[in-house]
Design a protein around this ligand. Structure first.
Ligand code: ZN
Length: 460
């Protein structure tokens, strides 16, 4: 057992200051109080503790190509999502299980450094270099779980059903590592992945479909109804690109979100990633369905996807979380700022992050992302810090000059809008301090193996 002392800790409706948090050996919260009556030594961290951020969408292997798709061919008009995807396929064809583990460990350590304590890994790189199944089906998924364990982050492994090359087309040779040809194949992979999660206390399982274009519609409908997986969070990419909307209309006779609203009984276990291109009826339908949207602002900006109609969706009661997707950015504060500022720039208004009950932008954004982000991990708890649950927190430096003279009422806004990662003092996951003053406790080892793997891949 150990006790942390913070300058203050944020609960859903109030700050507790000072704050003493006692944590069990297994990392669970035993007590939270503004006084300490014990006689054991305490760990004093002079900072403001908030719940750890939830990263609801990640493709870990893509971190190895972050920043590499920016050498544009001079004179070529359209360098867009589809040319980026070609680069990504090239990388996906080369990575070994060990290399995936090393890349993901570095990425997850970096996520912790930026305050994420949970990640939902949208994982579709399943098979060996020849596109054959590994003797142990979940070999690549196991690499991601090992990476999470080594770094100390919590992971929701979402093995992804990927069946086709596009609407009505067979998979290309470049997609050979992703493919489950039938729903039975996919469920076998899911089962093996579920077993692999048992090797780490911070791991659990979700399910997902790559996109409407990558799986037969009848299989999507059947998987969404599957009784044995009905309690798992369900993730799907949707309506990210205008071309995908046009193809969907041509092939399915409906826009992507229109189609899913009509064919799947959506509820709050569904997480629609991007959902960028929506018409008014789709926005209304989606908000009413209670399905969550996962927004990945830095990746969506980098790929030139478009801007999600956040205000209309929120006004109708829609919920959203953030993800870092391709990992061109992995700072939750930056993701939230890009999201907010994209809306401000196009609407000429400033009060984007608010609701009927909450006018404080920082409080609103942290709470919204926490609740919908937790659901993306299969966790429906809404208390920020609850006795008996694992202690996962990000702590901002109370001595950071701008924060040092700020009242509690303005702390979340100052963190969100005016601080970079230097103001971040520590990250605690499952009761353990993983990062302190910008340094992960295993930084050296993790960096060495990461660099070794990048060197082998020789793509940078
Ligand atoms: Zn994605």
């Amino acid at each position: 057992m150990k006790t942390y002392q913070f300058k203050a800790i944020l609960q859903e409706n109030e700050w507790i200051s000072p704050a003493f948090v006692t944590v069990s050996k297994k990392g669970k919260i035993k007590s939270i109080s503004n006084q300490y009556k014990g006689n054991k030594a305490i760990i004093n961290i002079n900072g403001y503790a908030l719940p750890g951020f939830q990263n609801a969408h990640s493709h870990a292997f893509q971190y190895a190509m972050a920043g590499l798709a920016e050498n544009h061919r001079v004179g070529v008009k359209a360098d867009d999502f589809w040319s980026w995807r070609e680069e990504m396929y090239g990388l996906a064809l080369k990575i070994s299980p060990k290399q995936l583990e090393n890349i993901a460990t570095m990425l997850y350590a970096e996520m912790l450094r930026h305050g994420f304590t949970h990640v939902a890994e949208f994982h579709y790189l399943h098979h060996d270099l020849n596109g054959e199944k590994y003797p142990k089906l979940a070999t690549m998924g196991k690499s991601l779980i090992k990476a999470a364990k080594r770094s100390g982050i919590n992971i929701t492994l979402v093995p992804i059903f990927y069946q086709k090359g596009g609407f009505g087309t067979a998979p290309s040779i470049k997609q050979k590592r992703f493919i489950s040809s039938s729903i039975e194949d996919y469920l076998a992979l899911l089962e093996a992945s579920k077993k692999a999660c048992k090797s780490y206390i911070g791991a659990n399982i979700g399910i997902g479909v790559h996109s409407l274009r990558a799986v037969n519609s009848e299989d999507i409908i059947s998987l969404a109804k599957n009784e044995s997986t009905k309690d798992l969070p369900f993730h799907i990419h949707i309506s990210e690109q205008q071309k995908e909307v046009d193809d969907s209309i041509e092939f399915l006779g409906a826009r992507p979100v229109e189609w899913i609203l009509k064919n799947v009984a959506l509820n709050n276990r569904f997480h629609l990633v991007h959902a960028t291109h929506l018409n008014k009826t789709e926005v209304e339908g989606l908000a009413t369905s209670k399905a969550n949207v996962v927004l990945c602002p830095s990746t969506e900006g980098n790929l030139g996807d478009g801007i999600f109609p956040l205000q209309d969706f929120q006004n109708l009661g829609g919920s959203w979380s953030i993800g870092t997707d391709s990992h061109i950015g992995i700072n939750p504060l930056e993701e939230l700022r890009i999201l907010d500022y994209g809306q401000r720039l196009t609407s000429h208004r400033r009060n984007i992050f608010n609701s009927k009950l909450e006018g404080n932008s920082g409080n609103f954004a942290f709470k919204m992302n926490l609740e919908a982000g937790r659901r993306a991990m299969g966790n429906y708890k809404i208390d920020f810090f609850e006795i008996g649950t694992k202690f996962n927190a990000v702590i901002y430096d109370a001595d950071y000059p701008l924060l040092a003279e700020t009242s509690l009422n303005n702390i979340t806004n100052t963190i969100l809008y005016a601080c970079d990662s230097v103001a971040q003092l520590a990250t605690i996951s499952n009761g353990e301090m993983q990062v302190y003053r910008g340094v992960h406790k295993k930084k050296k080892k993790i960096t060495t193996s990461f660099r070794q793997s990048l060197n082998e891949l020789n793509n940078r």
